[in-house]
Write a protein that binds this ligand. Structure first.
Ligand SMILES: [Zn+2]
Ligand SMILES: [Zn+2]
Length: 300
């Protein structure tokens, strides 16, 4: 058993003074010794933190007795060390934003929740549409087999993408999934409001699916993108494990992500080890040229 844990969790719940709560929560997390990133908004809390087993237990215990957060479901992953450098608790206007004038409240409108085995079974039904509720770069390193790749690089682009691409499928059975479930709560609610008749979401997300003893991550190809130092984590624990990520330059299989060396680009892209060396971390010749020019101008 490893001595560190990473917790992933969220809860949609009405918070009166989210700025004050964020401040108080930061002090608590620092006192315990956790590291990570927590967002607190009027609509709830979303966090991923790392710490020793004892530290994460202390945090869970605190949350269990908290008036607002006692129903939180913690997803736990074992780790060798912290997965973050620092502890941030940030007040935000929304936990996940679709930039809608009339935002979705998942406590009022959300898709049916499917446990991992139910989701696995539903994926085999005829005429289902599986929608990945994450960004394109997350899909590219791992996703459910047969899922639609959303052409979005941020969550706020989903409403337009759905209206442009999915309108003819309103009568189909829709399955959505994301990393831990928080984005699907809004995404599935949005689909229902747009007139989709049969919308279900993977409860607890890919992370919970990967931990389920029955399905053991079956039908998930590649790895799951996560927003901490691990970058990707394995989900499929059967012999079916595959690499679906492809190098941005040469197309070879890879699961390494880097940000473009050029400061004004920083494009997050998949790259194989040999291309990383050869391209010096630039995502394109344009970025390399621009950076060389920039360096030259700084030395003049
Ligand atoms: Zn390559
Ligand atoms: Zn670039």
């Amino acid at each position: 058993m490893k001595s560190y844990r990473i917790l992933l969790y969220y809860q949609y719940v009405r918070i009166e003074d989210h700025v004050a709560l964020a401040q108080e929560h930061l002090e608590l997390c620092k006192r315990i010794g956790l590291k990570g990133r927590i967002l607190i908004a009027p609509e709830g809390i979303n966090g991923t933190v790392s710490g020793t087993v004892e530290q994460t237990q202390e945090y869970e215990e605190y949350m269990r007795t908290h008036a607002l957060f006692s129903n939180i479901v913690f997803k736990r992953d074992e780790a060798e060390s912290h997965a973050f450098q620092k502890m941030f608790v940030r007040p935000r206007n929304e936990l996940v934003t679709m930039k809608l004038d009339d935002d979705i409240d998942p406590t009022v409108c959300s898709g049916k929740r499917l446990r991992p085995k139910q989701f696995f079974d539903a994926m085999h039904e005829e005429d289902v549409l599986i929608i990945d509720g994450r960004n394109d770069y997350e899909y590219d390193v791992g996703h459910f087999r047969g899922a639609l790749r959303p052409a979005v690089s941020s969550f706020r682009e989903f409403p337009q993408w759905i209206r442009d691409n999915l309108t003819p499928y309103k009568d189909k059975k829709i399955l959505t999934y994301c990393t831990g479930g928080i984005r699907c709560e809004k995404l599935s609610g949005f689909l229902i409001r747009e007139g989709f008749r049969d919308v279900s979401q993977l409860d607890g997300g890919i992370v919970t699916y990967g931990q389920d003893k029955d399905v053991r991550g079956r039908l998930f190809d590649g790895q799951c993108y996560v927003f901490d130092e691990r970058i990707t984590v394995p989900i499929n624990h059967t012999a079916q494990r595959t690499i679906v990520g492809r190098c941005h330059h040469c197309g070879d299989p890879t699961e390494r992500y880097i940000n473009c060396t050029y400061d004004f680009c920083h494009h997050h892209h998949l790259i194989c080890a040999s291309c990383e060396q050869e391209q010096e971390g630039y995502c394109s010749q344009t970025c390399r040229d621009a950076d060389i020019e920039l360096q030259a101008s700084r030395h003049n």
